[in-house]
Design a protein around this ligand. Structure first.
Ligand code: TSJ
Length: 695
């Protein structure tokens, strides 16, 4: 795989070194002249200046998500090294001063001079935009979405960065301050290990959050975010050990977790299905290489009604699927239909299973390694490489045919599940047609619980989806009825995973949302192909939502700022993600931010949206101040609710992105993969993941 490309690297002995504008260059390199170095040096500085000027362009945001992005940018380099087969252990430590250290036992970043830049490999990686992995070439690089912008971006956005390389028996070290070398790459000692260690201090000038009073708050990486992604990375890289340590506890207590899964993505499927009833054990697993493309899949059917299929390219989650997913799905549909017919499990007169029929209850991971991945779509989360489709399809077909042959008992159960799914689909279609007819009669019927607004122009209008009747009451009184509608949802909306797709419409809360929002359905491509006449079923991953009759251009989820509230928010986001994704994609979905506390002293009233702010306010107002904690929206006076959460002049709204909704869906899956007790705990621990959407 990644071989050293000697044409790019000129080894350098000390007597051949010369300095040029602070850049160490090689005299022996015939392709470079002094002037060129100067020009290149300026280029480089401009590059890193540009990163500091517009960090968002490179890492998406300067909030929590951008901060975590820095971590992944560094970790990805070590994972690449593991992907190339040279690294077995990665450790990530969050230090007490909020700096982050990543260590791997790979080959070590090359220290030789790179001809094109005239700098050491190390300095090139940290100071030249997009220089990562320029040596060697080949191999499978992480380079999707915002990933792969390079270590130089992390360097530019860190107040300080230290790198140590353990190579050739020596310890090399270099330090950078806000992206600029603070001295050269120096040998500081001897060693008999190999690897790379990087510590960086994310720049406080760049990363912060602004609170409601426009004050800057420091932000820090979050344990749970790191755990979820690092666990996923070790699932995706069979046998790779990743250790996470957090040394930030003020009492000095160290938190640490180690991830290593010999079963790779089969362990991932086991994990996701740990509380589900499965149709066969262990999960199906295969890995095969064809024309430089590695296809690795694991799949297991459960008795659930939904499908949970996650796809990855070079360890990156491709939320929008792509050619690998299409190939995988095609293989599945064909092979299972063929198998069912060959073994007389379906009658000749019966129609084929649809793709959705065979995927009902399926949990699967599809992970491909592609040398030059092309990412498409709005969020660059869909794989575009055409060649991957046929290869994934061929590999999946071959291996699935073999598995079904060797495992006739579970094979029969899987076909049985598809038969049930098809029956349910046909029954649901009848029910749906009934609803159609009803709504055709009552046409503009709106749910009884909806308190509508008077304005009829959707562009001006907002609807609040509110948890519970008491909060609904406060919201109805507090709102501006000209343009704000309130839809109270009673209790928890159903768990869309445990319900047959067609039957979600039987849930009154879901019906109320669909009718209230004015959602309708276009015929899906799959239904068109199947030749069915407008079944109009909203299906998982549906792109067939018709938003032309959407009644409000802001759909605002307003739930309590507690654990149950965040659970309901997760459920709603999961519902939107699976059944109404265009609503999120087109930016119509928002989350309201109700305050947690009210502090009063004399005439002065302050609302606090988090504990930090509460502490600051209490410190300022002293102990004469009075602490009211809002346990729920229903406890707030209508005027308070208006002032803090609903008034466009004073409120904060967070717009939900597809990524957020997808994350909620994924977290939801993880929640359901846990046992009941731990699941509850997990929801509590991760409530903030959904709460702190970073826009
Ligand atoms: F880039 C970085 F600074 F962010 C970083 C890189 C951070 C960390 C923690 C590790 C790494 C890193 C890089 N680990 N391992 C490597 N390997 C290489 O850069 C490397 C080594 C040898 C060859 C070769 O072709 O001989 C090629 C590469 C890419």
């Amino acid at each position: 795989m990644a071989k050293k490309d000697s044409s790019n690297i000129v080894s350098l002995s000390s007597d051949e070194k010369t300095e040029n504008n602070g850049v160490t260059v090689s005299k022996t390199d015939p392709t470079n002249s002094g002037n060129e170095y100067t020009a290149k040096n300026i280029d480089v500085l401009e590059g890193l200046e540009a990163v500091r000027k517009r960090p968002g362009m490179y890492i998406g945001s300067t909030g929590p998500r951008g901060l975590h992005h820095l971590v992944w940018e560094i970790v990805d380099n070590s994972v690449d090294e593991a992907l190339a087969g040279y690294c077995k252990n990665i450790s990530l430590t969050v230090n007490s001063d909020n700096s982050i250290t990543v260590i791997d036992d790979g080959r070590g970043i090359p220290t030789d001079i790179v001809a094109k830049t005239g700098k050491s490999g190390v300095e090139t990686v940290f100071t030249v935009l997009h220089a990562g992995g320029k040596f060697g070439g080949g191999g499978y690089k992480v380079s999707g979405g915002l990933h792969g912008v390079g270590a130089s971006v992390v360097n530019a956005l860190s107040s300080r960065l230290e790198v140590e390389v353990y190579l050739n028996g020596k310890i090399y070290k270099q330090v950078y301050l806000r992206g600029k070398p603070d001295g050269g790459l120096e040998v500081i000692g001897q060693t008999d290990i190999k690897g790379t260690k990087v510590t960086f201090w994310p720049d406080d000038e760049v990363f912060f959050e602004v609170n409601e009073d426009l004050e800057k708050n420091h932000i820090a990486v979050e344990w749970d975010v790191l755990v979820i992604r690092l666990r996923e990375m070790s699932f995706l890289n069979k046998g790779l050990t990743i250790t996470l340590t957090d040394n930030r506890d003020p009492e000095g207590e160290q938190k640490t977790e180690r991830f290593c899964y010999e079963g790779g993505i089969a362990s991932y499927v086991d994990y996701l299905n740990s509380t589900r009833t499965v149709l066969h054990k262990p999960p199906i697993y295969f890995e095969q290489k064809k024309d430089d493309i590695v296809v690795e899949c694991s799949l297991q059917w459960t008795d659930l009604f939904s499908e949970s299929v996650y796809t990855f390219v070079n360890n990156i989650n491709t939320h929008d699927g792509g050619t690998h997913l299409t190939g995988f799905r095609n293989a599945l549909t064909r092979v299972i239909n063929d198998y069912a017919r060959k073994n007389n499990l379906v009658k000749e007169s019966e129609a084929n299973f649809s793709g959705e029929d065979v995927r009902e209850g399926l949990t699967a991971i599809v992970s491909v390694k592609v040398p030059d991945p092309q990412f498409e779509g709005q969020t660059k989360e869909r794989l575009g490489n055409r060649e991957v489709q046929g290869i994934t399809q061929a590999v999946t077909s071959d291996r699935l045919i073999d598995w079904l042959e060797i495992n006739p008992k579970p094979a029969k159960d899987i076909v049985g599940k598809a038969i049930q799914a098809r029956l349910a689909r046909e029954a649901a279609q009848k029910a749906k047609n009934l609803i159609r007819r009803q709504s055709a009669l009552e046409n503009s019927s709106l749910p009884g619980k909806l308190a509508d607004c008077s304005d009829r122009d959707p562009a001006n209008c907002e609807i609040y989806l509110v948890e519970g009747d008491s909060a609904g009451g406060s919201a109805k009184q507090g709102r501006n009825r000209n343009f704000q509608a309130i839809l109270p949802l009673r209790g928890k909306i159903l768990n869309v995973e445990r319900v047959q797709p067609g039957r979600i419409y039987e849930n009154t809360e879901v019906q109320a949302m669909i009718q209230g929002l004015g959602l309708s359905v276009k015929e899906s491509e799959e239904e068109k192909e199947a030749g069915s006449k407008g079944t109009g079923l909203l299906r998982p991953n549906a792109q067939n939502l018709d938003l032309s009759k959407l009644r409000y251009h802001k759909v605002i989820i307003m739930t309590d700022a507690d654990v149950d509230g965040s659970h309901i928010r997760t459920l709603l986001l999961t519902f939107f993600f699976r059944y109404a994704r265009p609503l999120v994609e087109q930016g119509y979905c928002y989350i309201a931010q109700p305050p947690l506390y009210k502090v009063e002293k004399g005439k002065r009233i302050e609302y606090c949206y988090n504990e930090h702010k509460l502490e600051a306010v209490l410190a300022e107002l002293g102990d004469k101040a009075i602490i009211q904690r809002f346990k729920g929206l229903g406890e707030m006076m209508p005027e308070q609710l208006w002032e803090t959460t609903m008034n466009p002049e004073t409120r904060t709204l967070k717009q939900v992105t597809v990524e957020d909704a997808s994350e909620a869906d994924h977290i939801f899956d993880l929640l359901m993969g846990e046992a009941v007790g731990p699941r509850r705990e997990f929801i509590e621990k991760n409530a903030h993941l959904v709460a702190n959407l970073d826009v």
